[in-house]
Ligand binder design. Structure first.
Ligand code: B12
Ligand code: SF4
Length: 486
């Protein structure tokens, strides 16, 4: 079968503010990891003809996507569905069906489908949902479609029959992830992927594990069990990029440094094979030791990204972050001592933010704590999280909002926020204030000038500055130019 997997534009995401949210397009291009694993599996274990189109990295609009689908004549189009960008998912399904009703349209996406399976399949344009980790399930679905086998024997899929939704078996979960092939990097526009806060050069993005055992109350990550890829496998994924001249890497796991020991072992292995690479990772600030920093730095680590979220111990406790401010401050100081840049994530609009002062206190702490880069986000309460359940219980969050949105998505919708104490507009203004006050300090501006490594890096930094000043980016998109079919 001819399979086309599409990373759809996220142009019409349901955002939080009236002008300052970041869409996937605004934060540097990252590869569609889920789709590339699916493509890797199909390539290794089946004979299907598979292609990935990354519309975000390639800057494709819906018209161009339509032209590509027409040209490629796929039997099936697949995409990852995120709740916030469901309008875009549906638009893609409608365009596909407008081109030909005989092209199947299939979605995957663990978190969204756990919550909104029925609403998603209520749309006539969406034929199949693959639940959970989809490598084997999707291959089985393709085989069933190709050989006309009964669909009700394909474990892990949901589909419609006579207007009824049929779900077969449990969702997919891979215990032994190392047995599965690597992502199909070769199908992606690799040269387009770079981190917004990296050197501006192309970066190889690699996930070295799946899952996270922590239980932060705002987080909608799908798997509590941590499964790590083997060192050999990680080295071979790095090598894929290395032999193509790429020297910068981003480890984009939910939780890279599950223990300092893991990072020490991996760094030692990388050091032996790749003497001159630069890399960064996303992880926790409490799982960092000096020994780990020293060897990681030797192996090329130049930046660590930490999700901190809140700026005092009481607030951290209230979101079950399981970390203390002392641990954070100690880690940041160690990183500074050894010349590792740090980037930290913070949430504003948490239930514990009862006044403007609480958020300005958070801002002041981010300035004081010594981090190099920050990302501020307004809390989006996703339907599968503890914070969402609390908001619904307290009548702060409309329990039917996301359900209605998925049943009838509208462009430029606003996602719910925690507005018990501060309105959406106040949070939005505070978000701007946080970015401006953090980045537009003379000392920070000079710092960034000194960090510029090349002309293209300067361009990236200048773009970042314009975004912070509100001149570029973070804008809500216009209402779509393509008409809905219904
Ligand atoms: C990496 C990442 C990104 C990257 C890359 C996204 C991408 N397109 O792959 C970037 C930074 C670009 C990103 C952006 C966004 N993200 Co994001 N992201 C993640 C993160 C941290 C890891 C995802 C991942 O790669 N996992 C590893 C792979 C192997 O797992 P997977 O993607 O789930 O894929 C498996 C299955 O789901 C399934 N599957 C997935 N797609 C498909 C498709 C088909 C056809 C089939 C058959 C199966 C299938 O099979 C895959 C392989 O086993 C998750 C958190 C998490 N752990 O899930 C958040 C997460 C998925 N993101 C989220 C959101 C909201 C977004 C944005 C909408 C944010 C925004 N405001 O714009 C955008 C939308 C981006 C877009 N249109 O691509 C939410 C989703 C919440 C929800 N309920 O829908 C999460 C859960 C984070 C959170 N906020 O809690 N994201
Ligand atoms: S926020 Fe990070 S540490 Fe907390 S549960 Fe999510 S992935 Fe794990």
């Amino acid at each position: 079968m001819k399979v086309v997997l599409i990373n759809a534009p996220s142009k019409h995401a349901a955002l939080v503010t009236s002008g300052w949210d970041r869409k996937a397009e605004d934060i540097g291009a990252f590869p569609p990891i889920g789709l590339s694993y699916i493509a890797g599996f199909l390539t290794k274990h089946t004979k299907h003809d598979v292609k990935i189109i990354d519309a975000i990295a390639d800057g494709l609009g819906y018209e161009e996507l339509g032209q590509q689908i027409t040209q490629l004549k796929p039997d099936i189009v697949g995409t990852t569905v995120f709740t916030q960008t469901f309008y875009d998912t549906l638009l893609l399904a409608q365009i596909t069906k407008k081109i030909s009703k005989t092209i199947y349209f299939c979605v995957g996406g663990t978190q969204h489908l756990r919550m909104f399976l029925g609403e998603t399949l209520s749309h006539s344009e969406i034929d199949f949902a693959v639940r959970g980790e989809g490598e084997v399930i999707f291959a089985n679905l393709l085989e069933a479609l190709e050989l006309n086998k009964p669909l009700h024997e394909v474990e892990g899929i949901s589909f419609k029959k006579n207007g009824e939704i049929i779900s077969v078996g449990e969702e997919g979960y891979m215990k032994e992830i190392n047995e599965f092939p690597p992502p199909a990097f070769e199908m992606l526009p690799t040269e387009k992927y770079k981190s917004a806060i990296g050197s501006g050069k192309t970066a190889g993005t690699i996930a070295t594990s799946r899952g996270c055992p922590y239980q932060c109350r705002f987080c909608d990550h799908p798997y509590r069990t941590y499964r790590a890829y083997s060192t050999e496998r990680i080295l071979s994924e790095i090598n894929y990029f290395y032999v193509r001249g790429i020297r910068e890497f981003v480890f984009f796991d939910d939780m890279f440094n599950i223990t300092p020991k893991r990072v020490i072992e991996l760094s030692a292995a990388m050091l032996k094979v790749f003497p001159n690479i630069a890399w960064s990772f996303r992880g926790r600030a409490d799982q960092v030791t000096e020994e780990m920093i020293l060897i990681a730095k030797k192996a090329g680590c130049n930046q660590m990204m930490f999700g901190i979220e809140a700026a005092n111990d009481e607030d951290l406790k209230s979101i079950k972050k399981n970390i203390t401010i002392k641990q954070l401050v100690d880690t940041l100081a160690l990183c500074k001592k050894h010349g590792i840049e740090t980037s930290t994530n913070w949430i504003i609009g948490l239930p514990c933010h009862k006044s403007r002062k609480d958020i300005l206190d958070l801002l002041n702490f981010t300035i004081k704590c010594g981090t190099d880069y920050v990302q501020f986000n307004i809390l989006v309460p996703f339907a599968g999280t503890e914070i969402y359940a609390e908001g619904v219980k307290k009548n702060i969050i409309d329990p039917d909002f996301w359900k209605r949105y998925v049943l009838n998505p509208q462009p430029n919708s606003y996602a719910p926020v925690w507005d018990e104490y501060l309105t959406r507009d106040e949070l939005s203004e505070l978000l701007k204030t946080c970015y401006r006050k953090f980045y537009l300090r003379p000392v920070k501006i000079m710092d960034h000038v000194f960090r510029v490594k090349s002309f293209s890096h300067l361009k990236e930094k200048a773009r970042g500055a314009l975004v912070v000043m509100g001149v570029l980016g973070f804008k809500r998109h216009k209402v779509p130019t393509i008409e809905r079919l219904d």
